[in-house]
Design a protein around this ligand. Sequence first.
Ligand SMILES: N[C@@H](CCC(=O)N[C@@H](CS)C(=O)NCC(=O)O)C(=O)O
Length: 207
Amino acid sequence: MLKILGKSTSINVRKVLWTCEEVGLDYQLEQYGSGYKPTDTPEFLALNPNGQVPVLIDEGFVLWESNTICRYLVGKAGREDLLSGTPRGRARVEKWMDWQATELNSAWRYAFNALVRRNPDYTSQSDINASIADWNRCILILERELEQSGLWVTGQTFTLADIVLGLSVNRWKMTPFERPDVPAVDAWFARLGQRPAFRRHGDNGTP
Ligand SMILES: N[C@@H](CCC(=O)N[C@@H](CS)C(=O)NCC(=O)O)C(=O)O
């Protein structure tokens, strides 16, 4: 059976759990990460030199980076529809996944550490304001896309882009600050809420 190392409160671990459930893969979760088993031991670092979760172990095959793990899982389950079947369709899905991991993740980091984690290293009000502005700017980019794309981020079909962005938007909605109106994002998020796998893994835990 697949083994996933990581805590179920982590946004990046929950992507992987949600994907497993969407594609019907069984897994065993071993709780690693702050508050659980440590990730800075030589044994863990041999699996992931970044000392981060999630890590997937599939019969000796070890993989880290949550979005890559999600892509691997849909391939393993024969559910390439979650990445779209065509080169252009796949590129559209991967574009949003890469954007989530780079632009969007960079935008929220300061504000989230300050406002939710209450990390004493993140107290500059101007940096908090800049991070909130950038975070809202990114979500407005998603809003413009969803105004045009239809049901899901890349069109009429649910894909991995919806999973990774669904978790990000959950975090955005749960962090206390002023947000712009985003009716298309709200409607899409409500559609995600109808998926049992999202209710179990996407919309729970810490933001
Ligand atoms: N780029 C990595 C980031 C992973 C990451 O930031 N993981 C966090 C949890 S969300 C972590 O391991 N933090 C250290 C810890 O919890 O001990 C991925 O997407 O897998």
